[in-house]
Design a protein around this ligand. Structure first.
Ligand SMILES: NC(=O)c1ccc[n+]([C@@H]2O[C@H](COP(=O)([O-])OP(=O)(O)OC[C@H]3O[C@@H](n4cnc5c(N)ncnc54)[C@H](OP(=O)(O)O)[C@@H]3O)[C@@H](O)[C@H]2O)c1
Length: 238
């Protein structure tokens, strides 16, 4: 059996990845988010708010029966409070870092601890963003959290090599996707986000990929070893 642990499976990209993986009866998915919409015999959902770090710390990775492949996908994310620094809500600053950066770091720490002695295929995929590579006004916490997850992944890759730990790690940018996150971006205030028209145009021009299309590309990165060579990668590399 192949085991997948995926955060943010209730909508958008995470839901689409999960639904595609569940078409193969050799796959079992553990999902984590505040809501659950998937019922399947090979799916287990843990309701959790990733902004609740005490709850997150208690999540344990199970002992697995005959694992062939074990994959962690840190997918859950939020663009957070779209505002210029000085006008931001402090609780939303904390939540944005918790969900986009602290939760993936804790999940990954516990995943590596749980499975480091298993010799089979093990992969950690952090869903990052182009926003971690370029500065976008109004998105200070999102851009910096995604830059953080890129660097976390690069350091982890160094450690895996030093420790000969037999994990692979990717920080994978998924491109722009037609999900709730893009709706929130288009609903921002112009004065808090000078790029808003560009994002309105993406939707109007049909430039946003569907969640299903992007999920198929992410799944290629899970399956094809030649796509697992560079830690920092993008679906645009395909
Ligand atoms: N959409 C894009 O254009 C785009 C571009 C670049 C990168 N990304 C990245 O792609 C990933 C998926 O984004 P998406 O577009 O699919 O977003 P989405 O449609 O808004 O879905 C976000 C998912 O994250 C979960 N989540 C959010 N806050 C959570 C919390 N406090 N606790 C637990 N789960 C939480 C949500 O579940 P609940 O609400 O049920 O908790 C949901 O399942 C994110 O990492 C995002 O940064 C997206």
């Amino acid at each position: 059996m192949n085991y997948y642990f995926i955060s943010g499976t209730s909508k958008g990209l995470g839901k689409a990845i999960t639904e595609q993986l569940l078409k193969d009866e050799n796959n079992f998915v553990f999902g984590y988010s505040r809501n659950n919409v998937i019922t399947h015999k090979n799916y287990y959902h843990k309701l959790i708010d990733l902004n609740n770090l005490e709850a997150l710390k208690k999540i344990q990775f199970p002992v697995l029966n005959n694992p062939e492949k074990i994959v962690l996908i840190n997918n859950a994310g939020t663009v957070g409070d779209i505002n210029h620094v000085g006008d931001m809500n402090n609780d939303q600053i904390i939540a944005c870092y918790n969900i986009n950066l602290i939760a993936p770091a804790i999940f990954t720490n516990n995943f590596v601890a749980a499975y480091k002695n298993i010799l089979n295929d093990k992969l950690i995929v952090n869903i990052s963003s182009g926003a971690g590579k370029s500065a976008i006004d109004g998105w200070s916490t999102y851009c910096s959290a995604k830059a953080g997850i890129d660097m976390f992944s690069k350091v982890l890759n160094e450690e895996i090599n030093i420790d000969n730990a037999k994990f692979k790690v990717l920080s994978l940018a998924p491109g722009i996707i037609d999900t709730g996150m893009q709706t929130q971006i288009r609903n921002a205030k112009q004065e808090s986000f000078s790029n808003i028209n560009r994002f309105v145009e993406y939707k109007k021009n049909g430039d946003l990929a569907s969640a299903e299309e992007t999920a198929s590309k992410v799944i290629r990165f899970l399956a094809e070893q030649n796509l697992q060579q560079e830690t920092i990668c993008s679906v645009r590399d395909l």
